[in-house]
Design a protein around this ligand. Sequence first.
Ligand code: NDP
Ligand code: AKG
Length: 481
Amino acid sequence: MSATQRFDNYIGGQWIAGADYSANINPSDLSDVIGEYAKADLAQVHAAIDAARDAFPAWSTSGIQARHDALDKVGSEILARRDELGTLLAREEGKTLPEAIGEVTRAGNIFKFFAGECLRLSGDYLPSVRPGVHVEVTREALGVVGLITPWNFPIAIPAWKIAPALAYGNCVVLKPADLVPGCAWALAEIISRAGFPAGVFNLVMGSGRVVGDALVQSPKIDGISFTGSVGVGRQIAVSCVSRQAKVQLEMGGKNPQVILDDADLKQAVELSVQSAFYSTGQRCTASSRFIVTAGIHDRFVAAMAERMQSIKVGHALSAGTDIGPVVSRAQLEQDLSYIDIGQSEGARLVSGGAVVTCDTEGYFLAPTLFADSEASMRISREEIFGPVANIVRVADYDAALAMANDTEFGLSAGIATTSLKYANHFKRHSQAGMVMVNLPTAGVDYHVPFGGRKGSSYGSREQGRYAQEFYTVVKTAYVGS
Ligand SMILES: NC(=O)C1=CN([C@@H]2O[C@H](COP(=O)(O)OP(=O)(O)OC[C@H]3O[C@@H](n4cnc5c(N)ncnc54)[C@H](OP(=O)(O)O)[C@@H]3O)[C@@H](O)[C@H]2O)C=CC1
Ligand SMILES: O=C(O)CCC(=O)C(=O)O
């Protein structure tokens, strides 16, 4: 691939040159330009929405075998090209190559799963309370959906929005994050050859303020599915609700990882390192606050400090790298500012705290851990979205549960314990959408519901068969004789 290769938008079955282009830069090596990616202008966004509207009547009533076959084909090609696509993902986002190949595999499996879902859509057939009448409850496609995706999962998040949308008969306009258009473009290119009619799937790249906002404001869009920050998500919700468009938001987290006295220390340390630092901490499911009971606290702090010495930060494509770079200069500055905040709030730096120099120029940050933190500190309450975590000491399980739930977020929550009693109590009383027992808070399956409570999510769940709640509307038909 030439460094200056240009990648266009995909609108109405055609590759359309952008109104402008921007460079996609490798955060592990700022001299590596992956390509120039199109930026759509407003006319192109509206052309994509119109193409999707025109395609909707035929696609929404198309045969389920054709939909199955096209989605299955996309899944097969993604899986067959997982090493190549994983390399592209690692290059543009900074996940390590094994993590990136894992994400690509997840995307391929998602398309395969939703290919199967085309064949499993069911409804209800019931007797009416009126004699001689019966009732049919069926699901129909929502319409044209705008999908707005973040930079931290450049292929899996587009996949888990696109695949159910198409499976249930919707037409799609995808706007990926401007920072990582490469995987979205590669996915669009695969979809363009899989047998979907023109206009069923459209890709418009560019900034959220221009392209994303045009999708959100368009009266021709029936629903928006968004993953990203709380601030942008809430603005989108207000716009969509005011014009009665459906909206689904997946946003931030401040996910607690509780470590109880009876936990297996080695296991607790491993899952905590995974939760907080893998994928450079850039997961909405990452844990950045460890809530540790008094009897294990000092041993946990010491074991974490020792374990963190062996975490290797480096180029995402280098063998042996555990943690790749932070995605961008802006995100690195945000992470560093939270490290300053933690120190000025009086937390004790146990490990990390500074940028790391590597052979290439990139945004490398040492995984950073604070101890002696208080639950009221900003580092304990605000989403950092980088490899920065802190430890708060509590007296016992009851205090740990109360602190875990004392947050405006509710995405994922973990507990490390050998006690069935506490594990069961935590599963029942955690105010998070996803609870992990003796597992990292991050790292979810593709065939079960994904989403949170409180400030983390809004609208129905993503993934698994629960995805149909967003991408379909229910019709109740009464049939007399
Ligand atoms: N929950 C999660 O999975 C994620 C959470 N975050 C959190 O958000 C913070 C900021 O990250 P960032 O990428 O800027 O998140 P944003 O919420 O800004 O971006 C997410 C997506 O929304 C788009 N967007 C931005 N503004 C608008 C708008 N006004 N209307 C419609 N779409 C819009 C973005 O476009 P573009 O970026 O191309 O301009 C991107 O495609 C992170 O530090 C982290 O805390 C970030 C990523 C994922
Ligand atoms: O932890 C995961 O597997 C998913 C995380 C995620 O969806 C996100 O960070 O946006």
